[in-house]
Write a protein that binds this ligand. Structure first.
Ligand code: SF4
Ligand code: SF4
Length: 133
């Protein structure tokens, strides 16, 4: 029974990656934000943005600051000051605190932290260690 609980605990808490490095306060993650509609598709037009702001006032915390290579709008958070400091640092949301998220599916699919980010990921075991078992 104890072995079974230990096994379950290991599955629930293990990750294939570990996050390394530290925040260099570049502010990139606060100004390259992709916002999505209710069906998870990214916002591509100003009209869509205006509509979602009426639907959810949280979207008013951002302004359009660019477009990526896929014609998806990029947003900057209003709380970012000109020195790359967060004006609501102690009250910032969970998503801000977790960035860059240790999402195994995202990483396996080639996802990585934004350019300039001081964090990076490494597999938590070497390839050869998997072959030993
Ligand atoms: S609340 Fe602060 S940490 Fe979060 S996106 Fe805005 S500026 Fe960045
Ligand atoms: S992109 Fe990375 S290094 Fe830059 S502010 Fe965000 S977490 Fe920090």
């Amino acid at each position: 029974m104890f072995k079974y609980i230990k096994f379950l605990y290991q599955i629930m808490t293990s990750s294939k990656y570990i996050k390394k490095g530290k925040c260099n306060k570049c502010g990139n993650c606060c100004r390259n934000i992709i916002l999505t509609l209710g069906d998870n598709t990214p916002i591509r037009t100003e009209e869509q943005f205006e509509r979602v702001k009426e639907w959810d006032k949280h979207f008013c915390n951002f302004y359009i600051s660019g477009k990526d290579e896929n014609e998806v709008l990029q947003f900057t958070c209003n709380a970012l000051d000109k020195n790359n400091k967060c004006k609501v640092y102690f009250l910032r949301g969970f998503g801000c605190r977790m960035y860059p998220k240790k999402d195994t599916k995202f990483l396996i699919n080639g996802g990585k932290p934004l350019d300039g980010c001081g964090y990076y990921y490494e597999p938590n075991k070497s390839f050869s260690s998997f072959l030993k078992h």
